[in-house]
Design a protein around this ligand. Structure first.
Ligand code: F3S
Length: 393
């Protein structure tokens, strides 16, 4: 790789151990993926924030990085953690877990990272612009940023994104390059337009193509943030899609000639197969909504739906997951929603250690529907929000 003199100096340890470790990691990744040089980034978003996912090994790594004086050099945000910082007892979290989780957050804070802890930083805490090079982990958020905003990031892992945040640079390969952002397949989509249908569409496309850059036809020009986050998160979980384009919706879509590409139709039959894959149980102990984190608009919609209704089934717990920022902006919605269950901030059903308490969980998210069985040992039920709510009313 072509490194500048300044980058070589960092690699040689002249700027301290934290910077050196970061440079070692970023250049190692660059060599693996054939990068010719490094590129400046405008922001980072880090995963690996929950004690459940990183464990004591990850905690030790962060202790070492912080002790080595590592500091981020670009605006950086953090993914959801394993609990609501103020309400972890309501989530059946142990004191030991809580203490280690708080330590992890503290260490990230010491390195200059904003500990907002949300997987939807693009709604407020960290909003990239079109064409920005960024280093984001969190598969749903990075796909949203690549696709709906037109920023440029690879599918970073937690340590890689942290290293890039420290350096303010990442290796210049993959989706940072024009060539790799071209569509690889056309998806002719036939859906009813609900957010849930975008989630099922993403599930079906991930199942059909695995990876690549799908180019959608047939999506409404009104496809908004909520629809795009459902689609991004589902395709990133059922496959490993990190960038998609949609005719008349996403900013780069108009710039490609897709006439020579294969076309896959996703309609009723494929959506039904996606739905069947996500549903492995009928009765649940927990209903968890907010994957990715609920936006203000979704909070308003859920509160409007629940207003005046009563939760009668006390055997089923309900969690609503959002960011602290959004929760603080919606006090009236929170009041209505909390008649049904806690509105939890900065955490989620997948990165919290729910498997110690529950075995069967309902969700409206295809992403959660994929990860609840694999990362949380759950049988899952995946339905639209009103249908899930009917289970407790
Ligand atoms: Fe966010 Fe957790 Fe889903 S991090 S995307 S709510 S699995």
């Amino acid at each position: 790789m072509d490194l500048t003199r300044e980058e070589e100096a960092i690699l040689n340890g002249e700027e301290g151990e934290g910077m050196q470790k970061a440079m070692e990691l970023v250049t190692a990744l660059g060599k693996i993926y054939g990068a010719e040089d490094l590129i400046d980034i405008t922001s980072a978003h880090l995963s690996g924030a929950s004690y459940k996912t990183i464990g004591d090994g990850g905690l030790k790594y962060l202790e070492d990085m912080a002790a080595g004086g590592a500091k981020v050099s670009v605006p950086s945000t953090l993914n959801p953690v394993g609990m609501d910082r103020g309400r972890w007892e309501e989530m059946h979290i142990s004191k030991e877990f809580a203490e280690k989780q708080l330590r992890i957050i503290d260490l990230y804070g010491q390195m200059g990272i904003r500990t907002t802890c949300s997987c939807t930083p693009y709604t407020g805490a960290n909003v990239p612009s079109y064409g920005d090079h960024i280093a984001w982990a969190e598969s749903s958020a990075l796909s949203f940023a690549n696709s709906y905003i037109g920023a440029r990031t690879n599918r970073e892992g937690g340590p890689g994104a942290l290293a890039a945040a420290i350096l303010g640079k990442t290796a210049n390969y993959g989706l940072h390059l024009d060539e790799k952002r071209k569509p690889t397949v056309v998806i002719d989509a036939e859906i009813d337009g609900s957010v849930f249908s975008y989630s099922l569409l993403g599930q079906a496309v991930g199942m059909a193509i695995g990876s690549g850059v799908p180019y959608f036809r047939g999506l409404s020009p009104d496809t908004g943030v909520e629809e795009a986050k459902a689609l991004s998160s589902a395709m990133a979980a059922s496959g490993s899609v990190a960038l998609w384009h949609a005719e008349g919706v996403t900013p780069e879509a108009g710039g490609f000639d897709v006439s020579g590409l294969d076309t896959i139709h996703i309609g009723e039959k494929e959506l039904k197969a996606a739905y069947d894959k996500l549903n492995t149980v009928e009765d649940v102990q927990l209903i968890a909504i907010g994957c990715p984190h609920l936006t203000e608009k979704e909070m308003h919609q859920i509160a409007a739906f629940l207003k005046g209704k009563k939760k009668v089934n006390r055997d089923v717990e309900i969690w609503f997951c959002t960011s602290e920022e959004v929760r603080a902006k919606c006090p009236e919605d929170v009041r209505v929603m909390e008649e049904f269950g806690p509105v939890l901030a900065d955490t989620c059903m997948v990165v919290a250690p729910i498997e110690g308490t529950f075995q069967r969980t309902g969700t409206n998210s295809a992403k959660a529907g994929n990860y609840l069985p694999t990362l949380c040992s759950q049988k899952a039920l995946c339905r639209d929000i009103p249908v899930l709510m009917e289970l407790v009313m």
